[in-house]
Write a protein that binds this ligand. Sequence first.
Ligand code: F6R
Length: 252
Amino acid sequence: MIKIYYSETAEDAGRAAAEVIASLVKEKPDCVLGLATGSSPIGMYTALAEKCDRGEISFKAVKSANLDEYVGLTKDHDQSYAYFMRANLFDKVDIDLNNTNIPNGMAEDPKAECERYDKVIESLGGIDLQVLGIGNNGHIGFNEPDDHFPYGTSLVNLTDSTIDANARFFTSRDEVPTQALSMGIGQIMSAKKVLLLAMGKGKADILERSLFGEVTPRVPASILRFANDVVVFADKDALSVIMEKHPGAVIK
Ligand code: F6R
């Protein structure tokens, strides 16, 4: 079942999403969060850090597993996802860094690293809530359009469209890594709850195709139609096509 919540702005959507995580953390202080990077969750992380600052929630016992990491960037590279997580959440809340997990993009043997990460996720006992953004091509994590849905963590070749989209964070397109390690679709689908964030006009078409079109590995996010509990928080630009084609589907 998918619930699509309307927000006027990305900040409002981030605050609304933070409420869902805050409720879970209060109800289950040692919950397992699957976390995403990118522009979409930044507002949510800011709102969570503020809540933690005000003493409303604590991440002391929370465990986390991130979706993905670029191959070839050290955890101190300012575009690595390990760096992103520290800058946007981990350094701003009381989480124990030992309880946080991110694939190691510098692993000498990426295949062995994927196997290690699968075991990490298994040892966490399942993900209570998985945060996702959506790529312009419908990717979730870095599971790019393909002819199958991968179950577990894998080494992924990033598509040109993803490299183009992510070039905005690097000085030049040549610096964008061409590969990443990503949690698999099966692992994402095993989460008890999925929170999908989409912001901006650029996501409007793919969000509609994913949530209302055919379920196909060519649009990886479309698999979420088969998940038990998905909540979507999106701003009005990202929802523009859905509101036009399926006006009754959006909760205001
Ligand atoms: C990030 C991730 C990606 C992004 C997606 C959207 O960890 O797994 O799937 O969520 O590329 O990125 P933004 O939010 O920057 O548009």
